[in-house]
Design a protein around this ligand. Structure first.
Ligand code: BDR
Ligand code: CA
Length: 339
């Protein structure tokens, strides 16, 4: 199995990434660390505890991380993910408490205990990892690999014209991380899933319908673009019902943005690559983050051609087969929800 630490700002697509990993027998989730992003960190923690209980995995440690970015003021995006970060879903309140350890401690202790065996998967701002690096600068060499959802390279931003949300929330943390992860051999460089590819990962109502069918849920049609805004799923299977209610909100958001009744599955795609990096072809680059631009702070810049004269420090996911990814996701999550 593959040991993983998930650092998240759950989040609708973070939620689906978690369901996918819980559904994947090859994934061993050591802990979930929570960061502020889509919603405040304490709400992120509640969401993770609630999903884990719903999915019968209450033993997984959930630790609170930083409640603010390392320097920047916090911004959250309830309009994208709903007031609680899980769209229209209303999960039962968790009965379990948070870990007593801080997220940075969780990262460092797990990675030290299993040198070379842990993949760190970050699907939120890089705040916790940046802080952990200040305490344990050897993390890049102790991790098996880092997988990050973040950035927009030869692609428009989703937060400002040139920035992607996870980097825009905490650009200083992102810069610390990319600089710290230089000097690694090619196969151990951070695998970066940026908007360039994740905006091609379009979940449609059909995918939720297929998950529902696999889970044996009725009625099969859980999301239809024709239903009025905020229609709640009637599916009897609770995982399908909550998932469907969460994703419906995300699809309504994308529709309101003029992108169609679909939702970009940024974080589930990064989760899939953490387990199966062969699902995407990558491009090597030296990545850094603009910290001082008046219009461009938080922009990720890829030096593809070595113009800076600095070694490559990232493998950027560049090409994939979105249909194959969705077949994989649907099959995993649908069978899991059935069980
Ligand atoms: C990223 O921003 C968040 O809103 C999503 O969860 C994803 O991690 C996409 O830019
Ligand atoms: Ca996220």
């Amino acid at each position: 199995t593959q040991k993983l630490i998930l650092d998240v700002d759950t989040g609708i697509d973070d939620s689906l990434a978690l369901l996918y990993l819980l559904a994947s027998p090859e994934a061993e989730i050591l802990a979930i660390t929570c960061t502020a992003g889509n919603v405040p960190a304490r709400q992120v923690a509640i969401n993770n505890l609630a999903w884990l209980e719903l999915c019968g995995a209450p033993q997984i440690e959930v630790a609170l991380g930083s409640e603010v970015p390392v320097i920047a003021p916090l911004m959250t995006t309830e309009e994208t993910h709903g007031d609680q970060g899980i769209g229209w879903a209303t999960l039962p309140a968790p009965t379990r408490a948070l870990s007593e350890r801080h997220a940075t401690q969780v990262w460092i202790e797990h990675v030290r205990a299993h040198p070379g065996e842990v993949i760190g998967l970050v699907t939120g701002p890089l705040t916790n990892l940046a802080l952990a690096l200040r305490i344990e600068p050897e993390l890049p060499r102790l991790l098996q690999r880092l997988v990050v959802m973040g950035g927009a390279f030869n692609h428009e931003g989703n937060t400002t014209p040139t920035t992607e949300w996870n980097i825009a929330v905490d650009p200083d943390a992102a810069a610390i991380v990319f600089q710290a992860f230089s000097g690694l051999p090619a196969e151990r460089r951070p695998l970066v899933c940026a908007l360039d590819l994740t905006e091609q990962i379009e979940m449609k109502p059909e995918h939720i319908r297929r998950i529902a069918e696999l889970a044996g849920s009725t009625p099969a049609e859980v999301i239809s673009p024709d239903d009025p805004e905020g229609t709640r799923s009637q599916a009897s299977n609770p995982v399908v019902r909550h998932l469907s209610d969460a994703v419906r909100f995300y699809m309504e958001f994308h529709r309101d943005q003029g992108q169609g009744f679909l939702a970009h599955m940024h974080d589930p795609f990064a989760a899939a690559l953490a387990l199966h990096p062969e699902m995407a072809a990558t491009r090597a680059a030296t990545v850094d983050v603009e910290l001082s631009g008046t219009l461009t702070r938080g922009t990720t810049v890829a030096d593809w051609r070595g113009m800076w004269g600095r070694e490559h420090n990232a493998a950027i996911a560049w090409e994939t087969d979105p249909a194959a990814f969705f077949d994989h996701l649907v099959e995993r999550v649908g069978s899991f929800a059935r069980a």
